[in-house]
Design a protein around this ligand. Sequence first.
Ligand SMILES: CC(C)(COP(=O)(O)OP(=O)(O)OC[C@H]1O[C@@H](n2cnc3c(N)ncnc32)[C@H](O)[C@@H]1OP(=O)(O)O)[C@@H](O)C(=O)NCCC(=O)NCCSC(=O)C[C@@](O)(CC(=O)O)C(=O)O
Ligand SMILES: [Mg+2]
Length: 292
Amino acid sequence: MDLRRTMLFMPGNNPGMLQNGGVFGADAIILDLEDAVAPQEKDAARILVAQALKTVDYGTSEKVVRINPLDTFACKDIPAIVPCCPDAILVPKVESPADIQEVAHLVATAEKPGQATVKLIALLETPRGIAEAYQIATADKRVVALAFGAEDYTASLGAKRTKEGTEIFTARTIVVNSAAAAGIQSIDTPFTDVNDREGLVADTQLAKQLGFKGKLTINPRQIDDIHNVFNPTAQDINWAERIIKAIRKAEAEGAGVASLDGKMVDAPIVARAELILYLSRLLGLAEEAYYE
Ligand SMILES: CC(C)(COP(=O)(O)OP(=O)(O)OC[C@H]1O[C@@H](n2cnc3c(N)ncnc32)[C@H](O)[C@@H]1OP(=O)(O)O)[C@@H](O)C(=O)NCCC(=O)NCCSC(=O)C[C@@](O)(CC(=O)O)C(=O)O
Ligand SMILES: [Mg+2]
């Protein structure tokens, strides 16, 4: 499983940020050619991002480039970026399966022989994109995640953006459910007030509760708080260990259902416990947390 708890945006025309992007420990970095770059800077940013992909060591962070939409500069971005071997392309303002299929075709044409297959992440940030979420998620096998962009979405809706996020609740759950139905990940919208840590943590907790697997990130100071929310806690790991022990004991006694602390333990509970343990092993948390 690829971890995408944090996906850190950095403007593609900012050499300082592009140079340092790998040192913050984000699961993914997104070199942005779209909205963080002014129209007159697009050509320079494309060259800078291509160069960064070839020369900067981003460590274990997944390398993602957000291209421009198909009706603007995507046809210039894809042939310039794909041969520089990004891990994935973030496609903004996706509105239909046809958008994804067209990008997938352009990417396939631009890939060098022997290059690892470039993945696609669809950014849904319009009412139509949300309405077509499942069709978009299943439009091409390169698609590994759906991401949600609340600022563009609420601007298109004409809805006021609030900290509580009532206006985006339906869209968030559609994105999560569509991605899960397609067997891919869902990544939540960024929290745009970089000085409001409490608000960030609350918003990330809500995203996790809804089923998102990560959050778009705009500032390195947000990374640890987001990771802390998505990481299993020592309590989670302890619960998961006890669930697995309880079900193994029940199975040894010929039963498919166990009881722990008075609560029923059956297949979906066991699946949740296994996921927690898998994630904690992946993050190197299991032992440390278990023996606390
Ligand atoms: C927010 C702010 C201006 C705050 O600046 P501040 O200056 O207050 O930050 P400080 O924390 O003081 O910086 C301390 C040190 O960290 C360095 N540093 C900061 N950020 C860094 C970073 N990202 N990567 C590497 N390095 C970084 C900085 O260079 C400094 O380095 P140094 O000088 O050496 O000490 C800044 O973070 C920033 O520009 N973020 C990226 C913004 C961006 O890409 N937006 C577009 C993508 S979202 C989007 O499009 C979503 C969506 O699609 C969704 C929808 O639709 O809803 C849409 O449409 O909205
Ligand atoms: Mg946007």
